[in-house]
Design a protein around this ligand. Sequence first.
Ligand code: NAD
Length: 500
Amino acid sequence: MSAKHVSHWIGGKPWDGEAERRGDIYDPATGQVSGQVDFADQGAVDAAVAAATDAFATWRSISLAKRASVMFEFRNLVKANAAKLAELITSEHGKVASDAAGEVARGLEVVEFACGIPHLLKGGFSENVSTGVDSYSIRQPVGVVAGITPFNFPAMVPMWMFPIAIACGNTFVLKPSEKDPSASLLLASLWAEAGLPDGVFNVVQGDKVAVDAILAHPGIKAVSFVGSTPIARYVYENGTKAGKRVQALGGAKNHMVVLPDADLDLAADAAVSAGFGSAGERCMAVSALVAIDPVGDELVGRISERISGLRVGPGTDERSEMGPLVTGPHRDKVASYLDSGVREGATLAVDGRVHPVIGGAQAGFWLGPSVLDHVTPQMSCYTDEIFGPVLSVLRAPSYEAAVELVNNSPYGNGVAVFTNDGGAARKFVSEAEIGMVGVNVPIPVPMAYYSFGGWKASLFGDTHVHGTEGVHFYTRGKAVTSRWLDPSHGGVNLGFPVNT
Ligand code: NAD
């Protein structure tokens, strides 16, 4: 089988230039290189921005009815190609097929939200704000906008951004993760099939060079970023310095707080599902379990029982519940926290390095689910975002101590509380300094018509993604005051306009 070659999509077609730099794409389940991806230089980014700039001139004035009909067509095509997209994701990311299908389904929800763009862009109108004077507000697209996305959701995270940006009348340049670049090209070809004019949606593949070219490009007016906290901070600082509107979503350390009155079987099910789904490579994964005394030992026992039955194997094997990690270096880094955790005083309750792998190739990037118990807030397995299948269990003597722990975290993406006490849950929702809270829901990802985003070091900028905040991010508000002149309006008046 010949190795695949993945490149850019510019001006409605695959790029036919010759890249000076390329990166390897891996199949995480075999550990083998499956192809190569072109890395964009300044020239490729310039070409994408030029195509998007040309397209903006007409796309911004195309009717809302036409824009909505393209969105509906795109929605149908993504749905029809969902299995193909999921297969591409599994082959480069490693996640199991059902999980890959789930991310396509959640991305589709944003496309469906964007189909309602005529309603979402409705402004306000006030008749007679002064005699014979009317005022109204409209929202207009900002221009060429860019999205820079992480490896862990190669379809869903870009779909948090571009459906709304495009429906609002902007044109888009996507820079996906170089680790799993293929889904972006299938999405680009589906846009073309849906009737989107050439140049409205473009893809540049690559690394820091492409990101820096986007951040510095004067033709790009807004940047949406999702990835780790250090790069989110970098993108926010440099993008805003260059005069752009930026929303940059960063990393996470999500706590799940279990109160003593909780149903421990349901809590253990939730901790295992949210800790190890997608091998823990989710920004909303539970990575810190906070057991309020005295339920810690009981909870760790029930979690360990459940882990022993988990089937780890290739994402293409339908028996697998958890796939490999994305790359060899990432697997090694995640595994290193098991040693450092024990060195720093934690107990290794479950060691994922010895978990059996069903039907997997030796060289795959495997690491089974692991649990570090008796973790304290000073340990690196708690302070660092591990982004893998490692659950750290901390003990808290009281509800107050648990809330303090959660609120002292520099991250503020997601948190969950497990309890049967409505009053305690309500208090927790109010007190948690976190952007997305689950009550007996371990992964509280908002629906497309709400907005997704964390607080503190999990988000730089003011607006969350998708929902009405997404519409606001990709548009500028304009207030218009108008009157239709007749002879009674004559006369010069240098005073400030006031109502008399
Ligand atoms: P990453 O920060 O390494 O990469 C994200 C993007 O930035 C990629 O497109 C990458 O090519 C680019 N990039 C990487 N290094 C760069 C550099 N030095 N300069 C400029 N650009 C650079 O993140 P990742 O490993 O792909 O994804 C995992 C991270 O994303 C985790 O930290 C996870 O929590 C986070 N994430 C956050 C959310 C959220 O909603 N907050 C969602 C998904 C993932």
